[in-house]
Write a protein that binds this ligand. Structure first.
Ligand SMILES: *[C@@H]1O[C@H](CO)[C@@H](O)[C@H](O)[C@H]1NC(C)=O
Ligand SMILES: *[C@@H]1O[C@H](CO)[C@@H](O)[C@H](O)[C@H]1NC(C)=O
Ligand SMILES: *[C@@H]1O[C@H](CO)[C@@H](O)[C@H](O)[C@H]1NC(C)=O
Length: 498
């Protein structure tokens, strides 16, 4: 069966597949991993009504070698809010991930919410090769020669250099720094604390798939967890105990792939699918439908927020439950595939403004994206779909993956580099995400704390507080604040005694 790979490849590979696969077979499909990155690229940078001032820092291209080329300077964007801060008070830094920093600032209201309490300076630093922080301007993505400087270690070096410079300029060398990050940004925050413990006293890593490397956790964890979200989307407590009423939802989705495959083998299959899926253009490939459905289910699980939200797309509160309701309430006799379509339509058309669906995505003509490069070099996060999941069973074929990277960039992934550089289980404070087991779900030591909640969604704790937030979320945020307070207290105590 097809290898289960990075979502970031989704768009590029689907093009590749379009060009090479015969239209009557169900070709290789590469499902999402650290899932939402490719959508981050599509997310528009929010309008600049954020309470931050934009700055640019002259950053060094290569922190780790002294080759003449290493000294090249580029402008790294960062945002700052000084509204509550006074000299000596803490500095809270968001370690930017793979996208425009404004977008992360707009979606991390938690840091603004807690600022009055901590009187901290808030800083959001953009990751090199994303947003406006392009080391080689328009040529940054030109080839492996330029992209070679896109690594997590260089990004951490950037954060360290920038934070030190900022503290010096503000004459606040003794201000304690706490780093924050969600998803890949959470991985960076955790690794930053590990590599630069003299610069950051703590890290809050939310929904960071930090264990999705090598064989630290089973490769099937992610898709198993997504499937569980659908399986247990409704838990109703009855007099006879807990009753799961969404087994049907899981079964329907799981069964829809075979129906899709059957249609795809029929002569007029693609025409039929184009009609049934209300596609804007006639389909060329069944795999596009597979990808379209797949994306809807995975992303809905990731953004299964308890309140209405517009992170990737506008969605209602608890969208997984809504999807399962659509499936359950569908007239009996309907095919599984048509139910799956109706369910996915919630994801793509909650705004009710779509006239048709772009099931076959427009592929970026450059074909190069930062996260693709990262997965082809160091971010090798193997994922598979087991028979327990609701997705078609797939494995991970490292060789084929490496060949694709060679083809695209002329480089081979270093499969074990991340665990060599950062180790497996690292030392920080992880907040949780129930969706996925790739993150840390147990306390590793007294100082490495994992906060796990049963419900939840991709770094939901980082959203701005809302009035309708459920109790568990309010409690999670309260715990996070309390832990950071404890770190700061210890720091100031040590400082006084020093
Ligand atoms: C600190 O000041 C120097 C000199 O003005 C400037 O070049 C640098 O960008 C400043 N650092 C930060 C982080 O803004
Ligand atoms: C999107 O929703 C609106 C409102 O329900 C509906 O009229 C329209 O047909 C839907 N679009 C598609 C492509 O199904
Ligand atoms: C880890 O420890 C914290 C604080 O002691 C506690 O609140 C939390 O529930 C623990 N997490 C797990 C997963 O046991």
């Amino acid at each position: 069966m097809a290898p289960c790979q990075s979502l970031l490849f989704l768009f590029i590979i689907s093009l590749y597949v379009t060009l090479t696969a015969p239209a009557n077979s169900l070709p290789a499909f590469f499902p999402p991993p650290a899932a939402y990155q490719s959508l981050i690229k599509q997310a528009k940078a929010p309008k600049p009504n954020l309470p931050f001032k934009t700055h640019y820092f002259p950053q060094t291209l290569d922190h780790f070698t002294f080759h003449p080329k290493s000294y090249k300077i580029f402008n790294q964007k960062y945002l700052i809010n000084t509204q509550y801060w006074h000299k000596g008070a803490p500095i809270f830094v968001y370690t930017g991930n793979e996208g425009h920093i404004d977008w992360f600032a707009a979606n991390t209201g938690f840091m603004l919410d807690i600022a009055p309490k901590f009187k901290d300076l808030i800083v959001f630093i953009e990751h090199r090769f994303y947003g406006e922080s392009m080391p080689f301007g328009k040529d940054s993505y030109k080839s492996a020669k330029t992209l070679g400087y896109l690594t997590s270690q260089e990004a951490l070096g950037d954060f360290a250099v920038l934070i030190r410079s900022l503290k010096q300029n503000l004459s606040s060398e003794t201000s304690p720094v706490v780093v924050f990050g969600g998803s890949y940004g959470g991985m960076l925050a955790a690794w930053f604390r590990l590599k630069y413990p003299h610069i950051a006293i703590g890290a809050l890593a939310s929904s960071a798939p930090i264990l999705q490397f090598d064989k630290i956790i089973p490769w099937s964890s992610f898709y198993d967890a997504v499937s569980q979200d659908f399986m247990f989307s409704f838990i109703t407590k009855t007099k006879r105990g807990i009753q799961d009423v969404s087994q049907n939802c899981y079964e329907v989705i799981k069964g829809s792939w075979a129906e899709l495959e059957t249609i795809s083998t029929q002569k007029e299959g693609l025409a039929e699918l184009s009609k049934a899926f209300r596609t804007c253009k006639r389909l060329h490939l069944t795999a596009s439908v597979l990808g379209w459905l797949w994306t809807a289910f995975v992303y809905t699980a990731m953004v299964n927020y308890p309140t209405e939200a517009n992170f990737l797309k506008p969605l209602p509160a608890y969208p997984v439950q809504r999807i399962c309701k659509i499936i359950d309430k569908y007239p009996s006799g309907a095919t599984k595939l048509s139910r799956a379509f109706a369910a996915a339509s919630l994801y793509y058309n909650y705004s009710q403004t779509e006239n048709c669906f772009e099931v076959e995505h427009e592929v970026n003509t450059h074909g190069l994206h930062g996260w693709d490069w990262q997965t082809c070099t160091e971010m090798v996060m193997p994922m598979t779909c087991s028979s327990e999941s609701m997705f078609p069973q797939t494995g991970f074929d490292y060789k084929m993956f490496a060949e694709q990277c060679q083809m695209k960039y002329g480089v081979s992934p270093r499969q074990h580099w991340i665990t060599t550089e950062f180790g497996g289980e690292v030392s920080i404070f992880y907040s949780f995400m129930s969706l996925s087991i790739q993150i840390v779900l147990r306390n590793i030591s007294v100082s490495i704390i994992a906060l796990v909640t049963e419900k939840g969604a991709h770094h939901v704790d980082f959203w701005a507080a809302t009035k309708d937030a459920p109790d568990w979320l309010v409690e999670l945020r309260r715990q996070e604040v309390e832990i950071i307070q404890k770190w700061l207290k210890e720091y100031y105590l040590d400082l006084r005694q020093a």
